[in-house]
Design a protein around this ligand. Structure first.
Ligand code: BGC
Length: 762
């Protein structure tokens, strides 16, 4: 196989980067790694740096959490003690900012102290975990990813930025861009799922949405793609666990969404909690300096993850606090959040000569550069205007967008004999399950400042949709994880008296998210008992799943006539589900994670490498497979039905042999064969047939959204060039080889007949 010798900027080798970057960098240091990261000096920042004491420098690298510090201005007693300490620290230049503060007036008062009382007047920066909305909750990121719609993600991120900046937040610790191939990991819910291509497109869209066109604008929210890196690969899906990731897999699977997010302008990132091959990310110089700054030329700042520099001690990577700080700073972790260890130890480390002032200066430069990019020096009160609380929180257009996003996140897995949509009149409906009237689990995990009251429950949404025609029986049936006394009996009675049963079952919000990994990715037993009992009544049954991950589904769910993924849809949850249930909106979401047949298949994902003994998906157990189940997904990545039916014609290619500077056109005809309009998401998959690192069976390379009227047919077309055929080679460089490839345009990752073509060396 010829090597086309086309290396790309993405994942360039370190040597390639250094050679190409000399023209724009100032090599002023002899410290390894630092030289590659120096950029043209900013005179304003250099002047400031010269005037700073080492304590003030350490202060610029230290951020504290605001939760629990107390309240301001009780005219009689003054600030509470914790708050007074914080105010003193600000006045002395010992803090760079705060995170998760919930009082914009207090934030403004703090900023005034920083700007007017501290010696150098350096403004604070206010951060928070605004993951899927602030007071208006959008679907959890995984659910929103099911829209396969980058434009939607950009719009919800923009709306989130408007609310967050009205609330006094200038920097969000989002988006999470971790690729997650193991559904046991609770933080699957925070990202875009299992696929690096989709993850990259949504990562860049979310960054653009958060930051807007001008970082200095009052409603621009600095993005922080996280967690850098490999966090989604924690072993066994157990949160915080070790990750063993070969360099090639790191670069092929886990790093692309970060690169896409930085290319979209993100100026910060967060070091992940996990270690990779024994090196915790917060102390990982290869990641934080070698790849991030050296290869990619990242000009933003790296923040630790909630005390993760201190955790270097717990990992057994640092001897004590000072050692942990030294290792984190040397690795390239510029800012510490929560623990205060940088402030505590950097001055002494520098005075003792162990830590060079030049290294600290470089970290401070990065922080000041980001503050300057946000316009904080010109306007320290940007995004600290309490008047915006009245105008920009829960704006009607934002709430409407939450409903739109909710509808588009819903995935119809199954709809036998077109049970859905349900008619709006003439049928009595039993709404059963622990989530039917529940607001607490509507929004989903990772809402730091939730407005639970505003959540629309399923019952509210259904009543709103049906109006006077509503003929409903409502029964909880069970708790989320515990049975409810008499619950099943009441639910069965409701089912008996109804024409159709809608069961709303699954996970509570606290069953996914940080620290919420699960061994059994199932619906809790109390609810399965409920589903079994209701199914036995024999009425047509719609299962609405609430979940933060792909689940193993029990038989009574698999056998239900209709099964719908509804994730955690946010504030407008009940309305969005009702829109789909009654056909005001036809479902169009697609699975961003593969549904396994059994939990024990994890890690389970469509773009796995091909083994030497490929399994037959059905039939006798042969090859790489388990004894008990087929290796095929119960519902594959990319799957999702609408209320119409579609067929795909054969994939056709423009030529069987493509020169290395040519373009291959790939087409397929998609036809709406049903009687309703249909929204189709056509997907292009690629296989590299021979490579020096075994390649996945299929990898997503493109998507197209199509609106088809009943009976309408359209041709979808994709184009691929040599660049799209590149992969990370054994030497970790991304380049394209001549050789044989396969492509297919399909409705999901398991469908369609791939077509071969050859990329020639000339
Ligand atoms: C999480 C981060 C989060 C941080 C600050 C950590 O526990 O891992 O994702 O940004 O806390 O709240």
């Amino acid at each position: 196989m010829d090597n086309l010798n086309a290396t790309f900027p993405f994942n360039r080798s370190r040597r390639a980067f250094l050679a190409g970057s000399l023209a724009v960098t100032t090599i002023g240091f002899s410290l390894p790694g630092i030289a590659a990261t120096r950029t043209v000096a900013d005179p304003f920042i250099e002047r400031l740096l010269k005037r700073m004491t080492i304590e003030e420098k350490a202060g610029q690298l230290t951020m504290n959490g605001a939760q629990g510090i107390g309240r301001l201005v009780n005219p009689d007693t003054g600030p509470e003690p914790g708050l007074q300490t914080t105010l003193n620290d600000i006045a002395q230049g010992r803090l760079t900012g705060l995170f998760n503060a919930d009082d914009v007036k207090l934030g403004r008062a703090m900023q005034k102290i920083a700007v007017e009382k501290s010696r150098l007047g350096i403004p604070l920066i206010f951060a928070a975990d605004i993951i899927h909305g602030l007071k208006t909750a959008f679907p959890v990121p995984l659910g929103e990813a099911a829209s396969f719609d980058a434009d939607l993600c950009a719009r919800t991120a923009r709306a989130t930025a408007i609310e967050a900046t009205a609330f006094g937040v200038q920097w969000t610790f989002a988006p999470a861009v971790d690729i997650a191939r193991d559904q046991r990991w609770g933080r699957v819910v925070e990202g875009a799922g299992e696929d690096p291509w989709l993850g990259s497109r949504l990562a860049e869209a979310r960054v653009r949405g958060f930051q807007g066109g001008d970082l200095r604008a009052d409603d621009s929210l600095l993005a922080c793609p996280k967690h850098f890196a490999g966090y989604g690969a924690v072993q066994g899906g157990m949160d915080y666990n070790t990750a063993d990731i070969p360099e090639t897999t790191l670069r092929e699977v886990h790093l692309p969404p970060f690169k896409a997010a930085f290319d979209a302008g993100a100026l910060s990132t967060m070091a992940s909690f996990n270690d990779t091959g024994g090196v915790p990310s917060t102390g990982n110089r290869h990641l934080l300096t070698g790849i991030l700054r050296g290869e990619w030329g990242f000009r933003g700042l790296v923040v630790s993850d909630f005390n993760s520099e201190k955790e270097l001690i717990d990992h057994g990577y640092a001897a004590d606090e000072a050692d942990a700080v030294y290792k984190a700073v040397m690795a390239g972790c510029d800012m510490s959040i929560q623990g205060g260890l940088y402030l505590k130890h950097i001055p002494a480390l520098v005075k003792s000569g162990r830590l060079k002032m030049a290294v600290v200066d470089e970290a401070v430069r990065r922080v000041l550069r980001v503050k300057k990019a946000l316009g904080l020096f010109e306007n320290p009160y940007r995004s600290l205007d309490p008047a915006r609380l009245d105008t920009d929180i829960r704006r009607p257009d934002t709430v409407a967008l939450a409903r739109e996003a909710g509808r588009k996140a819903i995935v119809l897995l199954k709809n036998d004999r077109s049970l859905l949509p349900l008619p709006k009149s003439g049928k009595s409906i039993a709404l059963i399950g622990p989530f039917v009237t529940d607001k607490n689990n509507a929004l989903g995990p990772w809402m730091v400042f939730p407005d639970m009251k505003s959540a629309v429950t399923l019952e509210q949404g259904v009543r709103e949709a049906l109006g006077a025609n509503a003929n409903l029986a409502v029964a909880a049936g069970s708790g989320v994880e515990r049975p409810l006394a008499g619950g099943i009996e009441a639910a069965v009675a409701a089912a008996r008296g109804a024409d159709v049963v809608v069961l709303y079952v699954g996970e509570a919000a606290n069953m996914s998210g940080e620290g919420a990994s699960r061994v059994d990715i199932t619906i809790p037993k109390a609810q399965v008992d409920l589903i079994d009992a209701v199914a036995a009544v024999g009425k047509p049954m719609v299962i609405l799943l609430k979940h933060g991950r792909a689940l193993e589904l029990p038989n009574s769910v698999r056998n239900a006539q209709a099964v719908v993924c509804t994730w955690f849809l946010g504030s407008e949850s009940g309305n969005a589900i009702a829109d789909v249930l009654f056909g005001d909106f036809a479902p169009q979401g697609r699975l961003p994670v593969s549904f396994p047949r059994r939990a024990g298949q994890q890690p389970f994902y469509y773009n796995h490498r091909v083994t030497g003994r490929p399994s037959l998906t059905e039939g006798p157990p042969v090859g790489a497979r388990y004894r008990e189940v087929s290796t095929s997904a119960l519902y594959p990545f990319g799957h999702g039905l609408g209320y119409s039916t579609v067929t795909y014609g054969a994939t056709e290619i423009s030529q069987a042999r493509v020169p290395k500077n040519g373009t291959l056109s790939i087409k397929a005809r998609v036809t709406n064969t049903g009687t309703r309009k249909h929204h189709e998401v056509a997907q292009l998959y690629l296989r590299i047939k021979v490579a020096d690192i075994v390649q996945p069976l299929r990898a997503l390379k493109g998507i197209r959204h199509l609106e088809l009227a009943a009976g309408e047919s359209a041709e979808v077309e994709f184009a691929l060039t040599a660049r799209d055929l590149a992969y990370v080679h054994a030497d970790t460089v991304t380049r394209t080889d001549a050789g044989v490839f396969e492509v297919v345009i399909a409705p999901d990752a398991a469908a369609g007949q791939p077509v071969p073509f050859v990329l020639t060396g000339a």
